[in-house]
Design a protein around this ligand. Structure first.
Ligand SMILES: [Zn+2]
Ligand SMILES: [Zn+2]
Length: 343
């Protein structure tokens, strides 16, 4: 079968790879669409970051829509031909956090497309618990956005957003824009996007952001305060992962606010704790999702959320490097989510 395999930074190849053979508890998926995620892009530009040393060649990808091609031993609730999407994690179910149902924090966690071969291929394997059936009124395109939407829904949960709250989202990538949607669906009265790219900022405004604050137009904290009676928002969602962004996320919030850190950091961030003590702000991490993949599909089926405006283009798998990874690297203004057409 054809697959897109990571060898090293700037060395991702479209080539023949062995078709995976099914194991118990797993589903073999025939992939229809695969999405390029920010983490995939970071592995392409400057990896290995999350891919362990010695893993190459590794088939990339964890965002997908497809159909069930084979059902492994012990799997219930799926049959060949089911249209499905899913999320990227593996968990053990046995460790102390799994026993509390916090599968997103599993001590023995793995991730499809980073630790095992992923979905940028004609076929890949996924554990049954990470796979969800798609209802007829959720398209393959929407299905391929289940995973980033699940990340955003979990982050908004970590922010404890209540109806009427205000939220600042830091970062104009797919997770940032999905967080705008997730905050709105949680009942936020106003969501402010802190953006770098004008094209993505315009998209956020179309997707329901109350205002877009550009970092090129001065201190984002001052700009946000001018829009919020000088106090900032109830919560902020950091979706960037640069050394200076956690501090910014804290300062965007009001007294007693919550800053959620979703970004993946290549270098440590710096925090001035004096901005937390007297204001009782909270900073909290957010790691992937628990059952939010299923919620994402339900919300799309109920027409309460639609991430499809994020899709910038759909390109054939064979053109993934040039029209996908490189296009996303070179032109962030016009590209947010590039989907790869596999079949
Ligand atoms: Zn992703
Ligand atoms: Zn576990």
């Amino acid at each position: 079968m054809k697959a897109l395999r990571w060898y090293a930074s700037k060395d991702v190849r479209y080539e023949d790879a062995p078709e995976p053979s099914l194991c118990p508890g797993m589903l073999k998926i025939k992939v229809t669409l695969a999405g390029i995620c920010g983490t995939d892009l970071k592995e392409y530009t400057s990896g290995p970051i999350l891919i362990p040393l010695g893993k190459a060649p590794l088939t990339m990808g964890h965002e997908f829509a497809g159909t069930v091609a084979e059902v492994g031993k012990g799997v219930k609730g799926f049959k060949v031909g089911d249209r499905v999407s899913g999320v990227g994690y593996y968990y053990c179910g046995d460790c102390y956090v799994c026993k509390k149902g916090l599968y997103n924090l599993c001590v023995n966690q793995g991730f499809t497309g980073l630790l095992t071969d992923g979905c940028m291929a004609e076929y890949f394997l996924i554990p049954d618990y990470a796979c969800y059936k798609l209802p007829d009124n959720v398209s393959d395109e929407q299905g391929s956005l289940v995973e980033p939407l699940a990340v955003a829904l979990h982050a908004i949960g970590q922010a404890r957003v209540k109806p009427g709250d205000t939220v600042a989202v830091l970062g104009d990538g797919a997770i940032g824009l999905c967080s705008v949607l997730a905050a709105k669906v949680a009942g936020a009265s106003a969501v402010y996007l802190i953006a770098k790219h004008k094209g993505r900022g315009r998209l956020a405004a179309r997707m329901g952001a109350a205002a877009v604050i550009y970092t090129s137009e001065g201190d984002p904290v001052k700009q946000l305060q001018a829009m919020t009676d000088g106090i900032g928002t109830n919560a902020s969602i950091e979706c960037v992962g640069r050394p200076e962004t956690p501090q910014l996320a804290i300062e965007l919030t009001q007294r007693g606010g919550i800053a959620v850190i979703v970004g993946i950091f290549e270098k440590p961030g710096i925090i001035d704790f004096s901005t937390m003590t007297f204001t009782e702000r909270t900073i909290v991490g957010s790691s992937i999702y628990i059952h939010e993949g299923k919620s994402a599909i339900e919300l799309m089926a109920e027409k309460r959320i639609d991430p499809s405006p994020l899709i910038s283009s759909i390109v054939p798998l064979k053109d993934a490097v040039k029209k996908g990874f490189q296009a996303l690297t070179d032109n962030k203004d016009d590209n947010v989510k590039v989907l790869l057409r596999v079949s």
